[in-house]
Write a protein that binds this ligand. Structure first.
Ligand code: AMP
Length: 110
């Protein structure tokens, strides 16, 4: 059964894409928690940060998050978040990086 994000990547479920390359796709979060809130998702259906993830793909995703932040004009900074597993608050079992910005982010997170 394909994950929600595989269905977005394939185009079956619509999303507003802002970036894509050979290894990942980035699209706007449906419930944004900041003025800019984009999810960077590997095309490969890796379940989580704790899943079948190479160092190469991990680095690629981080650089893609940086590219998205620059593209979105987040000149004053931004936050990149990976929720991992139940205690981490992960709700979709397909690795994704949240790129959030456009407001002052709080710390500590909830
Ligand atoms: P997480 O809780 O870290 O697993 O993040 C999952 C994220 O996916 C949440 O921020 C949701 O708002 C987002 N989301 C769920 N469904 C969609 C969708 N159809 N399109 C875009 N983002 C979605």
């Amino acid at each position: 059964m394909p994950t929600l994000f595989e269905r977005i990547i394939s185009g079956e479920i619509p999303a507003e894409r802002v970036y894509e390359d050979a290894h990942c796709v980035a699209f706007r979060d449906i419930a944004p928690q900041a003025p800019t809130h984009v999810l960077v998702v590997p095309r490969k259906p890796v379940t989580s940060l704790d899943g079948d993830l190479s160092m190469e793909l991990a680095g690629h995703l981080l650089f893609a998050a940086r590219t998205v932040a620059r593209q979105e004009g987040l000149m004053d900074g931004y936050r990149v978040v990976i929720n991992c597993g139940a205690d981490g608050g992960q709700s979709v079992d397909h690795l994704h990086l949240h790129v959030m910005g456009g407001r002052q982010m709080d710390w500590p997170p909830g």
